[in-house]
Design a protein around this ligand. Sequence first.
Ligand code: ADP
Ligand code: MG
Length: 445
Amino acid sequence: MPPATGAVAYAAAADSPPAAGTVLLGRYELGGLLGRGASAKVYLARDLLTGRSVAIKSFPNPRAAGANAAGAGDRPVAIEREAGILRRLRHRHVVRLHEILATRKKVHFVLDLAAGGELFSLVDASGRMTEDLARHYFRQLVSAVRYCHARGVYHRDIKPENLLLDEAGALMVADFGLGAVATATDGSSLLRHTMCGTPAYVAPEILSRKGYEPAKVDIWSCGVVLFVLAAGYLPFNDASLVNMYRKIYAGRFRCPGWFSPALRDLLRRVLDPDPSARFDADGIVAHPWFRHGASDEELGRLMHGGGEQEEAWFGPAETKADEDDREPTAFDILSFSPGSDLSALFVGAGKERVFVGEPAAAVLARVEAAGRKGGYRVRKDGKRAGGGPVYVEDEEGGGGVVAKVSVFRLADAVSVVEVVKGDGADAALFWTELLEPAVKPPAVS
Ligand code: ADP
Ligand code: MG
């Protein structure tokens, strides 16, 4: 493995909480908070050496004492992976990593400042932009994505919050925190199984858990972004998350009346639920809507990173990405969209949802077996044929419900299992010891 955090500088002093005015390692003076995501906080900062403004993305240092608490186990891998990815990317429309600083409690990425804020600040009062403007930014996005894909890097979380603007108003793709790298030698590792992304932007093949090509998943998300920019609303949406996934799975969306025929045609090919038929980046670039109004020369320049030269190559491909292939759950999707109000629908207190690539009956049979093994009474409610709910009840303890399990069918072999856990220690134990292993689908190879 290459030393993913190459030129890391260590400081002895703790720096938490970072108050504005704090100077990091004698060099970067911290300003206000620019934004926060699932994994990190991003601050404005001034480089005291050059006077230049930068963005500093600060993660809790996963190696700090006490950082081994829940979920921190794979953080070092995640931060190193993000660093490794950013280091190999030099493109006009990809946020650039300048330096990594580590203190005892934090790891800081020093990044290009996206002084123009989020791309979505440019939509008008009706929440959209003209087709021409949407094309302008979509070109920049596709240019960045195509560049990444050509280098075996996949973003896997393309969505509005991660598309920023520099001071000149050019698009910058940010946040490779969920990115993946293809290992150069092993083509099969291109098929990934990790559940990634944000519900409304997630490609259908991710839902079916059959493994997916990360490049096609990025293309799908680009299509959703393009639709949202030009329409002012999501192509796949529903008050019910299950219904939303059904629409995604079927690739069922309708374009608003003002979309041009060429844009509709492009979107059909990008938001194609069949990944093998879906356009790749080159397919998009060749499409008339994409090329409209630009000369070959202009497009060529754009596609080559705005004419910028590729600089140093930062060592061999990282092979860490495979460690990300832990058992995915529906929670994985939502834990990356803390701002989404869908998450309340999805994982409420004591509620779990898991995607399975199996018919309901198979899952419910395992649930029943788990209930009996735990010494509980299992009662089926015939209300919804095949899908449960199944109640697991504690007869001795007065008939209290330990778990209620329902299965919703999304598509042929894709279901969502919803588990409402009972209160109390017994119910919690039953979930972790017996029920969770029973509802989680068998591991994908
Ligand atoms: P996370 O990995 O936790 O999602 P992000 O890298 O997406 O973190 O950053 C979180 C937010 O911080 C972004 O949505 C954006 O608003 C802001 N941000 C991130 N990078 C920059 C940057 N280079 N310049 C300005 N703001 C940024
Ligand atoms: Mg983010």
